[in-house]
Design a protein around this ligand. Structure first.
Ligand code: GLC
Length: 415
């Protein structure tokens, strides 16, 4: 079966497809973004597995010699985008940013492989050493007590989340003049403040000055936050690497140790005083923020239902959950990006973890509400959890992909 919205979603992927990679949203995000592409690949895999593999292969074509896979790949030159490749000074084979993003691509490569093992075996085997090198890079450069740290708010993919407020306050704002591009496409009320933006750019300038030398950045970068998004996604990726590695007869010995280290990291993010997983500023301690990323623990395969009451509350407190920040908290701002809005791709990850643990009612209720949201408001970047108002960029690739892979009524039961 097939609906008009399925066709609409495919049209968005086709419209954003640049041949080998897909931009998140034309105009607002005109290059290849790392974790966006992973979701897009999953969307393509519902009707074109070959194209799905290509999306991931193109992403890995930008991998740096040290194993890092950048968060933006500027495959083609375009005038006027800020911050462009010259601002970053990336040192990889493709002009790029200098930070990474949560490695969902590793886990989704496994899902795509499992849909058609005969066709995917060779392609996965080809990618495996690169995926392992990326995983090792996180383990080498991003750990704190086993939890994975973001070294820039953009690295965790939750740009202006309140989790970063303390770490951000340590960053200077003297960056010279520049023109933001994002607010030429989207209303400033739905985007980070200028003060945040100055600090994002300061961090980019620091990285470029140090030529993205991770050993030096470890000492010089004042922004380091152990974060649930990075930790849960890296843990899931490590488990998938282990499974797939065994299947393909790679040497996977050290992965078990890595997994237990990451599990220790997960334990270090449990904030008993708020009853859920939280970010930790390094140094500085818990941020006290319940975010949608807190609920990725099930996705990571963490057998721990202590935050189930919080999740159930999150599912009931607003009409269109999951709010990116607890809607009962003072920080909640329903349209400002990562300070309140609901993101479809996050719901997909949360629900797929819940379903894997047999929490079917919660998983299905989230799928239903996400489906209604997209039906009501279209394929937007994010939405108000209160009334479902569309926000951010339109014709958004990962929202379309999530519809095809999970939220749409005819999506396969892909968890
Ligand atoms: C924003 C999001 C990030 C995403 C990017 C492209 O920066 O916070 O997660 O990857 O847009 O969609």
């Amino acid at each position: 079966m097939f609906s008009d919205l399925d066709q609409g979603a495919r049209d968005i992927l086709a419209g954003n497809d640049q041949g080998g990679y897909t931009v998140p949203s034309i105009g607002l995000y005109p290059y290849q973004w790392n974790w966006d592409s992973a979701f897009v690949a999953l969307g393509f895999s519902t009707y074109d597995n070959d194209r799905a593999w290509r999306e991931i292969e193109t992403l890995f074509s930008g991998q740096w010699a040290d194993g890092m896979v950048p968060h933006i790949l500027y495959h083609e030159h375009m005038d006027g985008y800020f911050p462009g490749p010259d601002i970053w000074g990336g040192i990889g084979p493709v002009p790029s940013s200098g930070i990474s993003q949560p490695p969902v691509a590793i886990s989704f490569a496994r899902r795509i492989f499992e849909k058609d093992p005969a066709q995917g075996r060779g392609r996965l085997a080809e990618l495996y050493p690169s995926m392992l090198a990326w995983h090792r890079w996180f383990m080498r450069w991003r750990l704190d007590e086993g939890a994975v740290c973001a070294t820039h708010p953009w690295e965790a993919g939750r740009d202006n989340a309140p989790d970063w407020d303390l770490a951000m306050s340590r960053i200077p704002k003297d960056v010279g003049t520049y023109t933001r591009c994002d607010i030429q496409h989207v209303s400033p009320e739905m985007r980070p403040h200028d003060d945040d933006y100055d600090r994002y750019i300061w961090l980019v300038q620091l990285g470029k000055r140090l030529n993205w030398d991770q050993a030096q950045l470890l000492l010089a970068n004042p922004f380091r936050v152990a974060d649930p998004t990075m930790t849960f996604v890296c843990l899931r990726a490590a488990r998938d690497l282990l499974e797939v590695g065994q299947e393909l007869h790679f040497d996977v010995e050290h992965l078990e140790d890595d997994i237990s280290q990451l599990e220790d990291g997960v334990a270090s993010l449990w904030n008993d005083s708020i009853g859920c997983y939280d970010s930790r500023t390094v140094p500085g301690g818990f941020t006290g923020v319940q975010s949608s990323a807190s609920f990725l623990s099930w996705y990571a395969g963490v057998k721990d239902h202590r935050q189930l009451p919080k999740l159930r509350r999150a599912l009931e407190q607003v009409r269109y959950p999951v709010a990116s920040v607890d809607a009962d908290s003072a920080e909640f701002d329903p349209l400002r990006y990562w300070r309140g809005p609901t993101w479809g791709f996050m719901n997909f990850m949360i629900a797929s973890g819940l379903a894997e643990f047999g929490l079917e009612d919660e998983a299905e209720s989230l799928r239903d509400s996400t489906r209604s949201l997209i039906r009501q408001s279209g394929f937007f970047e994010y939405y108000s959890p209160v009334d479902g108002q569309a926000a951010g960029g339109g014709s958004f690739a990962w929202t379309a992909a999530v519809w095809l892979a999970w939220a749409g009524p005819y999506a396969e039961d892909l968890r």
